[in-house]
Ligand binder design. Structure first.
Ligand SMILES: NC(=O)c1ccc[n+]([C@@H]2O[C@H](COP(=O)([O-])OP(=O)(O)OC[C@H]3O[C@@H](n4cnc5c(N)ncnc54)[C@H](O)[C@@H]3O)[C@@H](O)[C@H]2O)c1
Ligand SMILES: [Zn+2]
Length: 370
């Protein structure tokens, strides 16, 4: 089909393909038939995505002969909870989905993580297909097999690894996504350039306007390249012992901003934008990243409409540093950073002296000139 790209994720017998292109939702049923998935399925989606795309998904599955149940969960992060998981199990049981049935995750990263977790655990595991409808889900959460939900004690504390049987990234679905949500996804896209691919980074410097206006060719190229990078990284380190850590560039400070100082104020991608600027700044001091490259990164993030600075009160700074130490990337009490040595190349497990962390936070204030 014109304009379609395919990325293969090689994981031995669990290998699967990611399809990226326009109008893929209409092919959902055909893909499930090709994969010889069972006769019955359930679509898990949220209340914001359902009115937009559930009908097309159901129609496609029905015309391929699948008996389809629709399960709607609330939109937003709160759906990633054990309560909602239990409600999904009950629905599946009530409609007698059995071991040969399969699930379809139709929505953003929240739905993907939730439905993936339900699929990983119901009847000890059902096959599932991802239809990610946010940019973040298309380039990040739908690739790699991590599924799970939150606890009151923290995000993603319960989960599993469960690979989808296939991923369909329908570019058309991004047209209804809030521009702010789209830009938050661009933050992760830019990250892939920094950690793995200087050519992608240069491409983004040239083609950002086309990307922001959802030009299909640009979108397909960028999403495919990001999926390829994530698949390559995950393929070399499926269970997160080493290399996979590079995906966390910008996330040490980013997560801390999300969880403390900017709680509720920033989307994940926005917090990660500020975190990337901080990590690049530290990289110029510790791992030899040229200052011009740190400046290019900030410029690109700003051009994408993302925040790169944050004003922290003394109290906020304290809670931010505390949040960083609570984060799971800490080993033996020390915060481990992913730092860049040049554009497209990063090193993980880097130790950052607390004094330098303080200096970096000073430099993140909106009025500080660097
Ligand atoms: N599993 C992983 O490896 C991984 C990686 C990164 C992030 N995540 C998880 O992903 C989640 C965030 O995902 P997200 O940013 O996609 O958030 P999300 O799923 O909450 O989607 C954001 C909002 O956009 C709406 N929406 C989704 N698609 C839409 C569309 N096409 N048109 C209009 N509205 C649409 C949703 O209803 C929601 O309100 C977090 O829970 C995070 O932990 C997981
Ligand atoms: Zn992220």
């Amino acid at each position: 089909m014109a304009g379609m790209r395919v990325v293969k994720v090689p994981l031995d017998e669990r290998s699967y393909s990611i399809f990226i292109g326009p109008k893929l939702l209409n092919q959902l049923g055909a893909h499930c038939a090709r994969l010889r998935l069972g006769a019955r399925c359930a679509i898990i989606t949220d209340t914001q995505v359902a009115p937009l795309y559930a009908q097309a998904a159901i129609a496609s599955l029905k015309s391929a002969g699948f008996d389809t149940l629709l399960i709607q969960v609330p939109a937003g992060e709160t759906a990633k909870s054990l309560d909602v998981v239990a409600r999904c199990y009950d629905e599946l049981a009530r409609h007698r989905l059995e071991r040969k049935s399969f699930l379809v995750a139709l929505g953003g990263g929240v739905v993907g993580d939730l439905a993936g977790f339900v699929a990983a655990t119901y009847l000890r595991g059902l096959p599932f297909v991802q239809v990610p409808t946010t940019l973040l889900a298309q380039v990040d959460s739908s690739v790699g097999g991590k599924v799970g939900v939150n606890l009151k004690a923290g995000k993603n504390l319960v989960g599993s690894f469960h690979q989808p049987r296939c991923v369909l990234c329908d570019l058309g679905t991004l047209r209804t996504l809030a521009p702010r949500e789209f830009r938050a996804g661009v933050s992760e896209v830019i990250k892939y350039g920094v950690i793995y691919d200087a050519t992608l980074f240069r491409y983004l410097e040239r083609r950002l306007p086309q990307l922001l206006r959802l030009d299909p060719g640009t979108l397909a190229f960028v999403i495919a390249r990001c999926c390829q990078i994530k698949a390559e990284v995950v393929g070399q380190d499926e269970t997160e012992s080493g290399l996979r850590a590079i995906l966390n560039f910008g996330h040490s400070i980013g997560h801390a901003i999300e969880n403390s100082a900017g709680y509720g104020r920033y989307l994940h991608g926005e917090a990660i934008s500020i975190g990337q600027v901080a990590a690049a700044e530290i990289s110029t001091r510790l791992t030899g990243l040229p200052s011009v490259d740190a400046a290019r990164l900030e410029k690109l993030l700003v051009a994408a409409g993302l925040p790169t600075r944050i004003d922290l009160s003394t109290k906020q700074r304290k809670s931010l540093l505390a949040a960083m130490k609570l984060d799971k990337k800490v080993s033996a009490g020390e915060v481990q950073f992913v730092l860049a040595s040049k554009m497209g190349k990063v090193l993980w497990g880097q130790r950052v002296p607390e004094a330098l962390l303080h200096q970096t936070l000073d430099a993140l204030a909106p009025d500080s000139s660097r």
